[in-house]
Ligand binder design. Structure first.
Ligand SMILES: [Zn+2]
Length: 391
């Protein structure tokens, strides 16, 4: 049994607030700045600074210290007190969830998520009321069905480069006690070449149970990238079409992000279905670097941002008790005899011993070969999912 966390991020465009609500944002922003100054001092002190005497700063300092015990990223900050420049923590609130009118009395917590009224209420600095849409309510109800408990809220105001307030962010953190799944198979994920799609394979000992490939809509993305490039060159020369170029670029970004989210869900579903531990075959740092710097079509580099995908996958796997391990599996070392293989023009590899395969299949052979070692590797203790930090 271990504790695991999952966070829902709600983003609100402040410019769309009614004037009355918008008028409450400056107080929140002022508090955020005051709190961040305190948090920087706290980090510099190595976490030994006591909360200040007066409220509401005291309230936020206490919630922050409480959160620091649960969340790994805050522990990291404590360890590396020097990197306080990057520390822009949100305001943490205690929280209450109201599911139905009769049972749940309002007990005056800092944030109230009220599903009966379909709203979030932020208190302590006046009351800010935010609407919840159907999708968000459904998401929350699903987490509760899974045994999740709403334990914490983080709120921060984001400014544009020009300094005006643009967004109010609310992160709701759920906690769940999870029993690690009993593992029978391995699900090998190859993230070496996202532009070719994400290859997966389920193995059980020497047996290949099932394999498949998940592809983003590459032709659509490449097309949009061409459109964006054309608009950008117009923007550079004639100072028009600039907004359009930005819009196309953010559309590409959204397409890739939603594809990543779908892929992560699909992988975790497969792992649960096959009772498989997820083995993420990660490219080593040097080969990614070489690829990014090298003679590689610039529009394709978009597909090489693996960090977010990996973090999402770790977080979701942990939430469902699916063991996950990142492992470097060879693609050019022979799984039969261990010799370095020669790479043929069509991405096939061949060994002196007679072994031959497509390069992308070799990691799966390695997973089969190392099956018992990998499957008996201990389930690393669940760690908290890093919470989004205000930027
Ligand atoms: Zn060989």
């Amino acid at each position: 049994m271990g504790k695991t966390y999952r966070t829902l991020l709600l983003k609100y465009d402040v410019s769309k607030f009614p004037p009355e609500e918008a008028g409450k944002i400056p107080a929140l922003l002022k508090m955020q700045e005051e709190f961040r100054r305190w948090a920087a001092e706290w980090a510099k002190s190595g976490g030994s600074l006591h909360p200040p005497e007066r409220n509401p700063l005291r309230y936020f300092a206490e919630r922050f210290i409480h959160a620091a015990k649960a969340l790994d990223w805050l522990r990291e900050i404590k360890k590396n007190g020097i990197e306080v420049k990057k520390l822009r923590p949100p305001l943490f609130f205690d929280i209450q969830l109201r599911l139905n009118d009769e049972k749940d009395k309002d007990i005056g917590r800092g944030v109230l998520v009220d599903l009966t009224k379909r709203e979030v209420k932020i208190r302590r600095l006046g009351i800010i009321v935010l609407r919840l849409n159907n999708k968000v309510i459904e998401w929350i109800l699903n987490r509760i069905k899974e045994g999740g408990k709403l334990v914490m809220a983080a709120v921060w105001v984001e400014r544009s480069k020009r300094g005006s307030v643009v967004r109010l962010n609310v992160a709701l953190t759920f906690r769940r006690e999870v029993v690690p799944m009993e593992v029978k198979r391995l699900l090998v994920i190859d993230v070496n070449a996202l532009h070719n799609g994400l290859a997966w394979a389920v193995v059980e000992g020497e047996r290949l149970v099932e394999r498949g490939i998940l592809r983003p809509n590459i032709s659509k993305i490449l097309h949009l990238q061409k459109v964006a490039a054309r608009l950008e060159s117009i923007c550079a020369k004639e100072d028009r079409a600039c907004e359009e170029a930005m819009a196309v670029k953010s559309r590409i970004w959204r397409l890739l992000r939603s594809w990543e989210d779908e892929v992560v869900k699909k992988i975790v579903r497969l792992a649960l279905q096959y009772k498989a531990m997820v083995i993420v075959d990660v490219p080593d740092h040097n080969s990614i670097k070489a690829l990014k710097e090298g003679n590689y079509a610039s529009e394709r580099k978009t597909f090489l941002n693996l960090g977010r995908l990996r973090r999402r996958l770790q977080g979701l796997a942990e939430w469902y008790g699916v063991p996950l391990r990142e492992e470097r599996l060879y693609s050019t070392i022979c799984p039969r005899c261990g010799r370095k293989m020669s790479v043929l023009p069509d991405r096939r590899v061949r060994c002196q011993c007679g072994f031959e395969a497509h390069r992308d299949e070799v990691p799966v052979y390695w997973a089969q070969k190392r099956f018992h070692e990998l499957i008996t590797s201990s389930f690393s203790s669940p760690s908290a999912v890093p919470l989004a930090v205000g930027r």
